[in-house]
Design a protein around this ligand. Structure first.
Ligand code: G3P
Length: 228
């Protein structure tokens, strides 16, 4: 399953883009509102950090068809190719998705809580649908099951739409959507860190270092290889 980063924090994006195998960055108005400074400059800086090839998903804030179209055109012309226009799953959103996808725009239909919404978004031509996992599970609904259902529906219909799961509160939810057949997940910084952290990994590394030093003292393997 492909991984994207769900934040607009410049320091986090620099860090995760350098060290982790992320394939892009996703934002929404709430995520953007958490960062100081000029929002256009911040998004431009994100694009500069991740480069032109990785995906940048930016959500529209307009609500009428004509203004969303103008906003989408401006987003792609400002932030370049591989900029995906995020549109909440409403009736206007579906109309916009049909229009933009026919024109070759990448559209991510977001705030998806049910498989029915995901199916409609796919039929409208969305590149991605973004089901919200923890927001669903918090309401005692089955967010992971919704991803499994959408995956099944897309497979049965031969849909080219990909599932980009979002809204995670635990690392286990990320693994669960991967097992459920999700194509991609967008993950916040703290959950991203949890995916790699394990105390036994840390103690194992400490043991390797201790055993090496007790056998070879201060000599390093690199020094021995280089004949020093
Ligand atoms: O991309 C938006 C989605 O991840 C929302 O997450 O944590 O606000 O439910 P959250």
């Amino acid at each position: 399953m492909r991984i994207l980063l769900d934040t607009a924090n410049i320091n986090d994006i620099r860090y995760f883009n350098e060290y982790y195998p992320i394939e892009g960055v996703t934002t929404n108005p709430t995520i953007l509102s958490k960062e100081k400074g000029n929002v256009i400059e911040n998004l431009s800086e994100i694009r500069r950090i991740i480069g032109p090839e990785k995906e940048l998903h930016v959500q529209v804030t307009e609500t009428s068809f004509d203004r969303i179209i103008r906003e989408a055109e401006a987003l792609v012309s400002t932030f370049g190719k591989n900029t995906f226009v995020k549109i909440p799953v409403t009736d206007v959103g579906l109309k916009v998705t049909k229009h933009l996808s026919e024109r070759g725009f990448g559209v991510t239909v977001t705030a998806v809580l049910t498989a029915a919404q995901g199916m409609l978004a796919s039929n409208a031509g969305a590149s991605y649908v973004a089901p919200y996992i923890s927001r669903s599970e918090n309401l005692c609904a089955d967010g992971i099951g919704t991803v499994a259902d959408i995956a099944e529906i897309f497979k049965a219909s031969g849909s080219a739409t990909q599932i980009l799961a979002a809204s995670f509160k635990t690392a286990k939810e990320v693994l669960d959507v991967a097992v459920a057949g999700c194509h991609a997940a967008t993950i916040g910084s703290s959950i991203m860190k949890m995916l790699i952290s394990h105390t036994t990994t840390d103690t194992s590394i400490q043991g390797f270092e201790r055993d090496w030093r007790s056998a070879y003292g201060s000599s390093t393997l690199l020094e021995l290889l280089e004949g020093k």
